[in-house]
Design a protein around this ligand. Sequence first.
Ligand code: LRH
Ligand code: MN
Length: 430
Amino acid sequence: MRRIDSAVLHEQNEKEFAFLQTDFNALGEKLSRDGIDIEAITKAAEAFQIAVPSWGTGTGGTRFARFPGQGEPRNIFEKVEDCAVINELSGCTDSISPHFPWDKVDDFSELKQHADAYGLKWVSVNSNTFQDQPGQAVSYKYGSLSNTEKASRDLAIQHNLDCISYGQQLGAKSLTVWVGDGSNHPGQQHFQRAFERYLASAEQIYKGLPADWEMHLEHKMFEPAFYSTVIQDWGSSILAAMHLGPKCKSLVDLGHHAPNTNIEMIVARLIQFKKLGGFHFNDSKYGDDDLDSGSLQPYQQFLIFNELVDAEHRKESEFNPAYMLDQSHNVTDPIEILVISAIEVQRSYIKALLVNREALYGYQDANDAIMASGELKRAFNFDVAPILAMARYRKGAAINPLKTYRAANYRNAMAPVRPRDPKATGSGII
Ligand code: LRH
Ligand code: MN
């Protein structure tokens, strides 16, 4: 089943292909001078995949307001339909990361069939113990897995175990646990006791993990807590992951670090200690802005992939990080920006493949900083757009995704079939 009319896609591709072939050949000739085979790199681009966050397919908001647009998905079934559009255009987003209870349904096999029909898979399921649900017996106001109240901790533990069972019905293989637990006032929380409560709760969740599953802990510097956060940084995250066991790893959300943090070095550490579970890619200038990946700091994103490709090159064991986007689209069409963001992450990966690693190692051993940093810049400065477009074309996706999406007039076609619920304004992330 398809969402975008293939006639529209083929018509657009026909208009673009001749130019693409010319640019591809020119780049191929240039890369061959550096001993790089463009066909091998294009194969790698075709194999690249990044998951779409279900919660990113609707307009996001802030604590101040949310301004939903026309034809927005109103439930997980419509979110799956829009994820299908994103994959048909980008060719590199064949999986969805759901969030519970936002995406909870009565019949998960029906939801799985719906996604299967579009060739979409389910990856890391996200639990939510940062909001109280209507009629919830106890509150998460003072935390969830680390709450001083056993009843709140138990509720949070059970919710995570429920998320695992939902994920099993969808074919997912990992659970992402982000908790907003923390404090707003010095003295409000005993740091060690809070962490001990968190670890004891996480142990109960870890025990509920199927043998072939992983549990990914997502650290975050602040928000919703503004003085201390129980899993505030990669240090607390890796300590917890080491304490819990081999199936527990750390997840790096790029926006969860202080500005100017050397995130690529954190990634290198997590790889070295076999604790890199995955990523939530986005970009930011100030806080957890959840802006589109590579839009502000493309070189940082490239340097992160330089560490990932280096680990692949060195055949690091237990290295299989999950790539996901985690963004909030407050002023753009979520489908357009998710397509662009997936391709921007793919671009960082492909540029990192162009680094001559043996040459780099030589410069590093010789402390030749100019040549070493120059080797990274040389790879980063290649315009790999023809490789990304050719990979899309060869996978039946769009050479020019944005033009094709707008030519298909999808969003306007959805407006009448997805009448907006006038009450759905308010504020908040979704
Ligand atoms: C927390 C976070 C987490 C999700 C939420 C939607 O800021 O990054 O990954 O649960 O956003
Ligand atoms: Mn995240």
